[in-house]
Design a protein around this ligand. Structure first.
Ligand SMILES: C[S@@+](CC[C@H](N)C(=O)[O-])C[C@H]1O[C@@H](n2cnc3c(N)ncnc32)[C@H](O)[C@@H]1O
Length: 247
């Protein structure tokens, strides 16, 4: 499917950048606290989107490689962070080279656009990331969890400069699935353009997630916020998973 096509990519970039900005700040603080810096290796961004965090990390001196399934997102990322390397491929095919950090920001592991996605595929990325990280290196990510769309179907509208977008969310607790119907309206030179995308997400149980990270070898910190810029709420969890120096 054509997910995060041109209009939704623009809208996400223009109106929802606080998650990526907060995550980048969280990561830079955590790397500094761990005594790691640009000389220790690059940062790999899985589902990098429009390159908002990539640009911040590149400006801090890091070499950044970003991967995203959406060509429209990757086109925006090239514009925003021309010094970083980007490729339009699935995160499940992305090479994870030796690095100081790996990110998967904005519910990257939950989306089912790639038919291989799901808990086992996420778990395989945990193992690959752990093996690629330098000692003290870290995996930063957030995931949607049961309760993300409860207690009832939710309908929300956001507006920005030249666009408005609405999202209807329905959660199927027994199947641990969430469905979002996202309708975008964007002003263009030919008038208003309407596009619709359906996003299916698998929801991950926090305890199972924690135990998968520990099993991969990480020491895990659950996050309340991304640097105070974005606060996690019910059904949305942020994690900083560190490869211990002794591992
Ligand atoms: C909510 S956006 C977050 C983008 C960016 N990380 C940010 O925080 O601004 C989710 C992103 O995940 C990407 N995505 C979903 N499934 C993917 C997959 N299997 N491989 C790579 N990217 C994926 C989408 O294309 C989209 O750009």
């Amino acid at each position: 499917m054509n997910a995060y096509a041109e209009d939704l990519s623009h809208i996400h970039d223009d109106g929802f950048g606080m998650i990526a900005r907060g995550a980048a700040a969280t990561l830079l603080d955590a790397l500094a606290a761990a005594g790691l810096g640009p000389a220790d290796g690059p940062i790999v961004e899985l589902a990098c989107g429009s390159g908002i965090s990539s640009r911040i990390l590149a400006d801090a001196g890091y070499a950044v490689r970003g991967f995203d399934l959406s060509p429209a997102m990757i086109a925006l990322a090239h514009e925003r962070a021309p010094g970083a390397g980007f490729e339009a491929i699935s995160l499940y095919d992305a090479p994870i080279e030796s690095s100081v950090a790996v990110t998967a920001i904005g519910e990257a592991f939950n989306y089912l656009f790639d038919e291989r996605a799901g808990f086992d595929a996420m778990n395989a990325v945990f193992t690959r990331a752990f093996e690629a990280l330098v000692p003290g290196g870290m995996l930063l990510f957030d995931v949607a969890q049961p309760g993300r769309g409860l207690p009832r179907a939710e309908h929300t509208v956001w507006t920005g400069d030249g666009w408005r977008v609405s999202s209807e969310t329905i959660e199927a607790p027994a199947r641990r699935r969430l469905s979002r119907r996202i309708v975008s309206h964007r002003e263009t030179s030919d008038g208003e353009r309407r596009t619709e995308e359906i996003h299916e997400l698998e929801l991950y149980d926090p305890e199972e997630l924690h135990s998968a990270l520990c099993h991969a070898g990480f020491s895990v910190k659950a996050l309340a916020t991304y640097a105070g810029e974005y606060h996690f709420s019910a059904g949305h969890g942020g994690y900083l998973a560190m490869r211990p120096r002794t591992a």
